[in-house]
Design a protein around this ligand. Structure first.
Ligand code: ZN
Length: 278
């Protein structure tokens, strides 16, 4: 039943020490001294995607691309879409317009040099676009992006604008925004895109959400996760809050098995293909 609709499989390529939940505990100056695990964990994902015959979009951090340039080349060579997740993982809500532009431009040029292809997609770290910084979309358009997948129309403690659109739409300037997937229940939007929810809910709940979403909306959904979510052996951070620790380490060992089921039960593809960007 759900096989007819193809969803977008997306990976935000960053390491375990880049996550916003740990930003108070790990300083940016220390990133260079942290054991790098993103190359290995992304390769695990690449092998799994290959095994399941799925193509995906990799929103890649420029910082990672600089440390693991061959990884970016492997992603592209395997037929996946390489897109930008900015360079330093700063939230757009905490940057000036000029800082945002420079950071994103730097990542785009680097990824284009490595892949030899135009980078047309962007995802903001922590979905950090809201009513206060809509200029993000003008900067993205101006930098040559065709689409963004940076908004989550939910109520959440760290991100989201519940009243923003739930489905792909064009801005006045022509840039396409493709929001994260939500199920509309009663008067609220229930988030269902992210790896965090995927780790929290039993697999049958995730499957039910995607099936209900397809039935209700007849639209493609988006799934997103990070390479560290398939890396149960990553170093544990000290000093983060209980809530952050719970969110970060929950059910890491179950992800591989659940992903295989998700890729078996539904059809998946790249953002640019699923949402007919080019
Ligand atoms: Zn991120």
């Amino acid at each position: 039943m759900s096989l007819a609709i193809k969803n977008a499989m997306t990976i935000d390529v960053e390491d375990y020490f880049h996550v916003a939940a740990f930003e108070k505990n790990i300083r940016r100056e220390d990133w260079a001294n942290m054991p790098l695990r993103v190359e290995q964990s992304t390769d695990t994902l690449l092998a799994l995607l290959d095994e399941m015959n799925v193509k995906a979009t990799f929103f890649t951090l420029g910082w990672v691309a600089d440390r693991a340039p061959d990884l970016v080349k492997r992603i592209a060579a395997n037929g996946h879409e390489v897109a930008s997740h900015g360079y330093m993982h700063g939230k757009a809500t905490e940057q000036t317009r000029e800082e945002f532009r420079q950071d994103v431009d730097r990542s785009k040029k680097l990824l284009e040099d490595l892949t030899g292809k135009a980078i047309i997609g962007y995802r903001a770290p922590s979905f950090s676009v809201n009513d206060t910084n809509k200029w993000v979309f003008d900067e993205l358009k101006d930098l040559g992006f065709l689409y963004s997948s940076s908004t989550y129309p939910v109520k959440h403690d760290l991100y989201g604008v519940p009243h923003w659109p739930r489905f792909k739409y064009a801005m006045d300037n022509g840039l396409i925004e493709i929001p994260m997937t939500t199920l509309h229940i009663g008067s609220r939007n229930v988030p269902m895109s992210g790896g965090g929810y995927f780790r929290l809910y039993p697999y049958v709940v995730s499957r039910m959400l995607y099936r209900k979403f397809h039935r209700a909306e007849n639209q493609p959904g988006i799934f997103y996760m990070h390479p560290w979510e398939i890396d149960p052996d990553q170093p544990r951070q000290k000093g983060a809050s209980l809530k952050s620790n719970f969110r970060h380490y929950l059910n890491l060992k179950r992800v591989r098995g659940r992903l295989k089921r998700l890729m078996t039960d539904f059809e998946w593809g790249r953002m640019d293909e699923v949402f007919e960007i080019v």
